[in-house]
Design a protein around this ligand. Structure first.
Ligand SMILES: Cc1cc2nc3c(=O)[nH]c(=O)nc-3n(C[C@H](O)[C@H](O)[C@H](O)COP(=O)(O)OP(=O)(O)OC[C@H]3O[C@@H](n4cnc5c(N)ncnc54)[C@H](O)[C@@H]3O)c2cc1C
Length: 471
């Protein structure tokens, strides 16, 4: 006989969707059990956002030190110890994942480790790694099982020569040459890490630009810096197959422009061509719940699935597959379960690529705004005219404010440049508050800061940026 637990709410998956949901449920006085088969913190804390950003920071530090000669800083004997870097990254992850358990329990929630499977509309079977079983009877369930890397046909992950993002976060030796298949944000972020550490990186992307989905002028500074550092970019190109040769691999790539085939030799292939939702083996049939044609669980604005007492949040509930979207959906589901009137009605979800330089967007691009019927006015302000950016030696990029030409209501902000991941928060708040461009323009921004570029871009949209000519 296994353990029997009777609870008001069970949350399956302890990623940024599930653990946030469980904490909020417990805060609201709902008896809550959080279940995970592997770890606390999900992909995000263990093998996603956090470890990738730790390595991005460490590798940018190397780059910054190398580039500091122009500022009169000379460092001899700079050396990278990859093992030590990985250990430091592991320490960052451990601190955060340890905190998750403390927060859930500290708010009165319970944590059960094991693989969950629905066995009835109100019953969940959980099997621990040691084979121990628990049955959980619940009033409400929240599915927060996330997503996993999808492999490209012909490029099955083997953890050795063909790795996914998780493999690329744990190399023991620095690869000399790497082929990144898929130039989306994960491929470009991780490819960038190894390029800065000294690997020769080639990115193969099927679309006609890197980071498809972002406006071309946002991507250009990233591609330029990547190439300048010795990286190779092959767009409109398909990775067809690979073969092992000696200690390495040879990848066959076909140009979709010319039909020509070429061979790329490398030590390792990082394949980052997409992710698929985790629903297999979850026993959704016991709930009578179906998934859509891409495998996502469909939800309404309250995160409720087609089964009234079952909710879904995060990657498993659909695009965009981002941690902050998962967490906000988790808070909404918790409030709804606790009987509060809540809904996911965010005006905009920010998106950040931690490339070099960073790209950050929130709300509508110029193209999207026009597509929605707006007459658009946009204002662009270059970091080259921003004092703080100059003093940092980081002048590539710009901020663009997109507004409705008649009402001057902000529709979106797009930026590429230094620390725009931080700058986009203000833009998100402005959008949520329904701001007009002059709200940003009249807000006093401290000088000298990068955020002044946002204020100036808003004024540029209105035709009167101060530190750039308005034409
Ligand atoms: C390399 C990389 C970098 C990323 N960088 C960013 C970034 O900078 N910013 C950003 O916003 N997003 C980033 N993401 C995406 C982000 O990690 C995901 O959007 C986020 O983790 C989704 O959260 P989630 O709670 O939906 O699911 P997940 O984090 O995937 O967690 C799901 C959890 O469910 C558990 N689980 C699954 N099935 C079961 C089961 N049957 N029983 C019990 N437990 C189960 C899993 O073990 C896992 O812990 C990145 C992803 C990767 C791979």
């Amino acid at each position: 006989m296994g353990t029997f637990i009777d609870t008001q709410a069970v949350v399956i998956g302890a990623g940024p969707g599930g653990y946030v949901c469980a904490i909020r449920l417990a805060q609201l006085g709902v008896r809550t059990v959080l279940v995970d088969k592997r770890w606390l913190g999900g992909v995000c804390l263990n093998v996603g956002c956090i470890p990738s950003k730790a390595l991005i920071h460490a590798s940018k530090l190397v780059d910054t030190i190398r580039g500091a000669e122009a500022m009169g800083v000379h460092v001899d004997g700079l050396r990278v110890d990859l093992r030590a870097m990985m250990a430091w990254k592991g320490g960052v992850v451990d601190k955060l994942t340890g905190g998750v358990g403390t927060l859930v329990r500290g708010n009165g929630g319970q944590v059960v480790m094991g693989e969950a499977r629905f066995s009835g509309p109100h019953d969940l079977e959980v099997t621990g790694a040691d084979g121990q079983r628990a049955t959980i009877r619940f009033e409400h369930a929240v599915i927060a099982t996330g997503s996993s890397p999808a492999s490209l046909p012909g490029f099955d992950f083997d953890g050795d020569r063909v790795v996914d993002s998780t493999g690329a976060l744990a190399f023991e030796r620095l690869p000399e040459r790497m082929v990144v298949v898929g130039g989306g944000y994960i491929g470009m972020e991780l490819g960038g890490v190894y390029q800065r550490l000294g690997t020769e990186v080639t990115v193969v992307e099927l679309a006609d630009q890197l980071l498809p989905g972002f406006a071309a002028d946002l991507v250009r500074p990233v591609a330029k810096r990547f190439r300048k550092a010795g990286g190779k970019i092959m767009t409109r190109s398909a990775a067809l197959s690979y073969r092992r040769e000696g200690d390495g691999v040879v990848v066959t790539v076909e140009s979709r422009k010319t039909g020509e085939r070429s061979q790329l030799a490398a030590d390792v292939i990082l394949s980052t061509t997409g992710r698929r939702p985790n629903t297999a083996g979850l026993g959704l049939e016991a709930l009578g719940l179906e998934v859509d044609d891409k495998g996502f669980v469909t939800v309404d604005g309250a995160q409720r699935t087609a089964v009234d007492h079952v909710f879904a949040i995060g990657d498993v509930a659909g695009e965009p597959l981002l941690a902050h979207k998962a967490s906000k959906e988790g808070e909404v589901a918790a409030e709804v379960i606790a009987g509060k009137a809540a809904a996911f009605d965010a005006r905009a979800i920010p998106a950040v690529c931690f490339t070099d330089p960073e790209i950050a967007t929130v709300g509508l691009s110029v193209k999207q705004a026009r597509g929605q019927g707006h007459v658009v006015k946009a204002g662009k302000f270059p970091f080259a005219a921003n004092g703080r950016a100059l003093s940092l030696g980081e002048t590539d990029g710009f901020v663009r404010v997109v507004m409705d030409a008649d009402s001057e209501v902000l529709l979106g902000v797009e930026a590429v440049g230094p620390d725009v991941s931080a700058l986009i928060a203000e833009a998100g708040l402005a959008l949520e508050m329904g701001a007009v461009a002059s709200d940003l323009g009249w807000t006093i921004h401290a000088h000298p800061t990068l955020a002044e570029a946002l204020m100036e871009a808003a004024n540029a949209a209105l035709g009167h940026a101060v530190h750039a000519l308005n034409r």
